[in-house]
Design a protein around this ligand. Structure first.
Ligand SMILES: CCC(=O)SCCNC(=O)CCNC(=O)[C@H](O)C(C)(C)COP(=O)(O)OP(=O)(O)OC[C@H]1O[C@@H](n2cnc3c(N)ncnc32)[C@H](O)[C@@H]1OP(=O)(O)O
Length: 630
């Protein structure tokens, strides 16, 4: 079938389409139907089926003759380790860890926070939760303890599984003190913490609360897979919103298994047994969908890479991993490719490796700029497919369905809508616009299986954030257009969320931190263009009357504060003291205008601006730190 036929079938008869796709996974009880309408624009998929995520990702492959196939390849240039784990070994490790969780009183529905670096044990922890129906919530290692505390209080975990440390180039990130501090800050306290001691750092364990990873598993009965309802949350993954409080995206079990399985062949064009590599982190949705669940549910070998695109040890690391492990499809963020290109513009490192195994490169997580795509096409000589999706959706909204029909690549477009996503471009009144016209990108409800049914403990926020602006649609928060051929183009966010190195960050959260500085009266954080990271946060701060300390001292403290409160991942390196912030007459800060000035782009004087002279002041101030040049 052609892409068009498949896509149309998914919209014409979603019930039939997704019941057929559901045949690809193992059910403890088949669902009687696919879509369950809850009323009031809320939907669930496969709600009356019974299924287990770990069985589908691990056990069934052992039963089907893949027991000796590598499930996980671990390649860690930062520790000098390479190893692999077969599906049979993975099953035994996961059943044992799941047994340890059960022994600690964790059962179906309980939440478990996972705070781990890129080691195979992180996947084992996720799968152990799935095995017993516990709901995991992985927290990215680059967040500070305060962010971890916020997540502990929101999802109230019974247990936390963490490692003693992560390894960033040139430094050991001690996770345990961050974890201890987060638990101290949080009102909710977990019953138990299971700690993986890494040889680079031995953490102090707190008697009565902390257990060593291996000791916790000694003498326990390996746990069997517990069937859960199709709509049972497999996990909660927090993502940035406009305000400081992160949103807990819920991933329903059955929908994500069915949808991810569908994508592995149809989008990523891998067959069971092939090696698939997503160079991301388990803390992000790409890590959930395409380091852990997707490849494993489909019977692929997944690569857990603990390193960076450059510096571990060089700009040839990606090509070495692809070549050594026979990677067929490779997925990473444009930032990572930009980092390699910056260090090795001629692609000399790539020449050292035989990459004949590689069929395509997939990019997502941020806008893929034409230079990066063209450079990757040239040095790799394989198709480079941009694709667009979100933490909320868990899988591709728009992509190139290379496994069923490779569409011509149009640079600048992530290609076409995937099955089940009725993508529309709407004007402010919510009416579809003509092809080629800009508007808000929205998806007609229901969203397909695997996407978020609501937010954890926050259905009102879910409605307000996604369902209210355009009734009957999911609001993506991105603006863009669809051309005459049905290709989608993503232009900009419609809110104050920025994307730094493929990390979605809330400027609101950074503003909350800056506002907490005793000398800051008012502030605004904007995302300015950055050659490497796509965007970089920049803070403008106005000081409280009477403060006369050196500005540099205050801005240095501001940078330190954001790193302490949000974490290094915010990459907040620039703050600037200004006299006044540009505002509309109603007091709204003109952030988009500040970005245009900083990036030296043309802009129209906002009609509602309170005092146009402030823009010149801002331009002058920005020039002092290297922005607004030209
Ligand atoms: C499609 C749906 C989605 O959008 S899901 C999200 C997809 N996004 C991604 O996969 C992320 C892609 N980006 C990356 O993988 C990284 O940014 C790459 C490209 C590898 C570069 O990494 P790096 O050089 O560390 O830069 P960065 O900007 O990520 O890091 C900023 C500071 O944070 C730190 N950091 C990073 N990770 C961790 C971690 N796990 N634990 C502790 N710290 C971490 C970095 O060391 C860096 O710190 P510093 O400021 O240099 O001191």
């Amino acid at each position: 079938m052609s892409y068009r036929e498949i896509y149309q079938a998914s919209l014409d008869d979603p019930e039939a389409f997704w019941m057929q796709a559901a045949e690809a996974i193992d059910w403890d009880r088949k669902p009687s139907r696919a879509l369950h309408e809850q009323g009031d624009n809320l939907y669930e998929w496969y709600a009356d089926g019974m299924v287990n995520g770990c069985h589908n990702a691990v056990d069934r492959h052992v039963g089907n003759g893949r027991g000796d196939q590598a499930a996980i390849i671990y390649d860690s240039p930062v520790t000098g380790t390479k190893s692999s784990l077969t599906y049979r070994e993975l099953q035994s490790h996961v059943a044992s860890l799941a047994g340890a969780l059960v022994a600690q009183g964790v059962s179906k529905g309980d939440r478990v926070i996972i705070y781990m670096p890129m080691v195979p044990e992180a996947l084992e922890a996720m799968l152990a939760c799935a095995r017993i129906g516990a709901v995991h919530s992985v927290v990215f290692g680059g967040f500070a303890s305060n962010e971890l505390a916020v997540r502990i209080d929101d999802c109230a975990p019974k247990a936390i599984i963490a490692a003693s440390c992560g390894l960033e180039p040139g430094r050991i990130v001690k996770y345990k003190p961050l974890l201890d501090s987060a638990i101290e800050q949080a009102a909710h306290k977990p019953d138990v913490c299971i700690i993986l001691q890494r040889e680079q750092e031995t953490a102090d364990l707190i008697e009565g609360r902390d257990l060593d990873w291996h000791a916790a598993q000694e003498g326990v009965t390996p746990a069997d897979c517990v069937p859960v309802e199709g709509n049972h949350p497999a996990y909660i993954l927090y993502t940035s919103g406009t305000t400081g409080a992160p949103k807990g995206v819920i991933r329903p079990t059955a929908g994500h298994l069915v949808a991810l399985h569908w994508t592995m062949k149809n989008i990523y064009d891998v067959d069971p047994g092939d090696v698939f590599w997503a160079a991301s982190d388990v803390g992000w949705v790409v890590g959930h969908s395409y380091i852990c669940y997707g490849p494993l549910v489909h019977g692929n070998t997944t690569v857990v890479f603990e390193g960076k695109p450059v510096g571990t040890p060089d700009a040839g690391t990606f090509w070495r991993v692809i070549s050594e492990h026979n990677v067929r499809s490779f997925f990473t963020a444009p930032t990572a490719i930009r980092a390699v290109k910056r260090e090795d513009p001629k692609g000399l490192e790539r020449e050292k490796y035989d990459l004949s195994c590689l069929r395509a490169l997939y990019l997502a997580g941020e806008r893929a700029d034409p230079d990066t795509i063209e450079w990757a096409q040239k040095i790799l000589d394989v198709p480079v497919y941009d694709h667009w999706w979100q933490t909320e959706t868990g899988w591709t909204i728009a992509g190139n369905p290379a496994g069923c029909e490779a569409m011509p690549v149009k640079i600048g477009s992530p290609t076409v809508a995937m099955p089940g996503y009725d993508v529309q471009i709407l004007d402010e009144a919510g009416h579809p616009v003509a092809a080629g016209d800009l508007g808000a990108i929205a998806v007609r409800l229901p969203l397909p299986p695997g996407t978020l049914p609501t937010l954890w403990n926050a259905t009102d926020r879910f409605r307000k954030s996604y369902l209210t602006t355009f009734p009957g649609y999911y609001e993506t928060g991105d603006a863009g257009m669809i051309d005459e051929d049905g290709y989608l183009y993503i232009m900009a966010r419609t809110d104050d969320v920025i994307n730094v190195a493929g990390h979605r960050l809330s400027t609101g959260a950074m503003e909350e931190v800056l506002a907490g500085h005793p000398d800051v009266a008012e502030c605004a954080v904007v995302g300015v263009s950055d050659d490497l990271k796509g965007q970089a946060p920049l803070g403008l701060v106005c000081l409280t009357t009477g403060v006369n300390r050196p500005h540099e001292e205050i801005t240095t403290e501001c940078v330190k504060l954001v790193r302490e409160k949000i974490g290094p991942v915010a990459a907040f390196k620039n703050a600037l003291v200004v006299e006044r912030l540009p505002k509309t007459r109603s007091g709204k800060i003109l952030r988009a205008t500040v970005v245009k000035i900083a990036d030296n782009q043309d802009f129209k004087m906002p009609a509602t601006i309170d005092d146009p002279a402030i823009l010149d002041e801002i331009r002058d101030a920005l020039r002092t730190i290297g922005y607004a040049q030209g």
